[in-house]
Write a protein that binds this ligand. Structure first.
Ligand code: GLC
Length: 543
């Protein structure tokens, strides 16, 4: 299991209210005790933090808010000593506008090699006052910003699929490719075990940068879509060269792609032989708590990955999506829920959300392949939906003209111990409160409050991860659907040797198969071990 550390919110060692490497080092024993195999640490590089560090100004350093290179070295050594591997976040689609390359590009003339590292174009219209095409930024507004040239006149436009402070690189430029290979070598040599690749589906842009017009993304059809900047076929050549680089190391170096694509078949293209090792399965994350949708997602994922010989992965949330307790607290809908705005106005039953999140965790951890857990998921944290407007930090809030509250609700600093904020996220003598306020009710959900409580989400995760490590049927491999338990609203599968997972999503309580013993259950069972709705069990099959 790979655990996502959203570093700004994990643990604050120096008391400035922002998580850092010192805080993470001090909490490594928690991760190892939980049963984590590897950490993925979100960007820790020097950055103006307009997008929480996904705007990198220097790929070979550490932002002073997070610590120093020497802290990073110690963290890597300590993690390795505990048997934890360390993955960093590589942001190759764009840099910060403070990155020296972009500063030089601004100072240089149109057509210069400095500008050729980015996507600068003349505008449309008689005076070039219209953007070069109709592309939109992911955070809202146009994906182009016009610069002022050295003579003080309005000049060319540059592309940014995210914020204006995140100019896109031109991946057809060999200099860009050489630079990122060098950055990877730099960290590999420091002992890093791999990278999560940010916006892995965005690096290639269609030649000529054609308008998108009425093309919808994510696509609503199953037909392949030729989108001018998402999931283009040209991208794969880049990843083949990265894989070749990773394979030059004796100790394994691995990649996981953040690729928001059409369907599991498109995703599997990123993990074909000679490309990346794994990719996040957002199809699974977006599936509602409903047996048919989850079944379809699981089957399509297994099938697509099997066809290319790669291990599937499973993920329930990350720092960009609504926490699953809050997603599952709402009635299932066919419309995928990714953002808080998709659910905030819907009626919610948070205790159902928590039960379903626990059941989903046991489902995820029983499936063949790798699992990703986002910090706080093991504590059963819900999205914080009522952060004060003036405290919101995600650029989505401003960029959307205050219509989309953004992703801060899943980024609130973790409660570790104690009865009031900062819940030991920061030391007792901290000079600043946590960068996002924590709900008072989190006193019941801290690591300390849950430790030793056998009914807590944390102890459920600990037990499940221990079993996942020790049970020979779990981890990589195959599954077999149990046709004997074909009940609408139930998912049941077996894995060899002698393991079964039964998830009751919505049926009346169901009896476990004969000749089975309970290994773990996500919630209380009914008499005779009958499994109620919103509950998953793991069973040992005795014949
Ligand atoms: C990825 C990150 C997200 C960031 C975006 C731009 O989707 O996960 O947090 O805003 O890329 O870098």
């Amino acid at each position: 299991m790979i655990y996502e550390v959203y570093i700004r919110s994990f643990a604050d060692g120096d008391g400035d209210g922002i998580g850092d490497i010192a805080g993470l080092r001090a909490r490594l024993p928690h991760l190892s005790d939980l049963g984590v195999d590897a950490l993925w640490i979100t960007p820790w590089y020097p950055s103006p933090m307009t997008d929480g560090g996904y705007d990198v100004a220097n790929y070979r350093g550490i932002d002073p808010r997070f610590g120093s290179l020497s802290d990073a070295r110690q963290l890597i050594a300590e993690a390795h000593a505990l048997g934890l591997r360390v993955l960093l976040d590589l942001v190759p689609n764009h840099v910060s506008d403070q990155h020296p390359w972009f500063q030089r590009a601004l100072a240089a003339a149109p057509g210069s090699p400095e500008r050729a590292r980015f996507i600068f174009r003349d505008g449309r219209g008689p005076d070039g006052e219209e953007a070069p095409n109709d592309w939109r930024s992911n955070f809202g507004g146009p994906a182009w910003t016009r610069v002022t040239e050295a003579d003080g006149c309005p000049g060319q436009w540059y592309l940014h699929l995210f914020l204006p402070g995140q100019p896109d690189l031109d991946w057809t430029n060999p200099e860009v490719r050489a630079e990122f290979e060098d950055v990877m070598r730099y960290w590999f040599e420091l002992g890093i075990d791999g990278f999560r690749i940010d916006v892995a589906h965005g690096l290639a842009k269609a030649p000529g940068l054609p308008d998108i017009g009425s093309l919808v993304w994510p696509p609503v059809t199953h037909e392949p879509v030729d989108h001018p900047h998402w999931d283009r076929d040209e991208i794969h050549e880049i990843y083949r060269s990265w894989r070749a680089l990773a394979d030059t190391y004796e100790q394994p170096r691995v990649f996981v792609a953040e690729a928001w694509v059409h369907n599991p078949e498109r995703l599997a293209r990123y993990v074909r032989a000679g490309e990346l090792h794994t990719a996040f399965n957002f199809d699974f994350l977006l599936a509602p708590w409903e047996a048919g949708s989850l079944y379809e997602s699981i089957v399509a994922t297994l099938h697509a990955h099997q066809a290319v010989g790669a291990p599937p992965t499973w993920v329930l949330s990350n720092h960009d999506t609504v926490r699953e307790v809050s997603r599952y607290a709402r009635a299932p809908s066919k419309r995928p829920v990714r953002r808080l705005g998709d659910v905030i106005d819907l009626p919610a039953d948070f205790s159902a959300g928590r039960r379903r999140a626990a059941a989903a965790a046991l489902l995820m951890l029983a499936l063949p392949g790798g699992a990703y857990v986002y910090q706080g998921e093991e504590l059963g944290l819900a999205e914080v939906e009522d952060l004060p407007d003036d405290g919101l930090q995600d650029p989505t809030w401003d960029q959307s003209g205050h219509s989309d509250r953004g992703r801060d609700g899943c980024r609130v600093p973790i409660p570790w111990a104690g009865l009031e904020p900062p819940f030991a996220f920061s030391p007792a003598d901290a000079s600043a409160p946590p960068w996002l306020p924590q709900p008072a009710g989190w006193r019941h959900q801290s690591v300390q409050a849950q430790t030793g409580d056998e009914h807590s989400m944390l102890e459920l995760y600990r037990r499940a991860l221990r079993l996942r490590r020790s049970h020979p049927a779990l981890g990589d491999g195959q599954l077999r659907w149990l046709r004997t338990i074909e009940v609408p609203g139930v998912l049941a599968f077996a894995r060899d040797p002698g393991f079964a997972c039964i998830v009751n999503l919505s049926a009346p309580p169901i009896a476990p198969p004969d000749a089975s013993e309970l290994l773990i259950s996500s919630g209380p069972l009914r008499p005779e071990g009958r499994i109620p709705a919103d509950t998953t069990v793991w069973l040992s099959l005795t014949c």
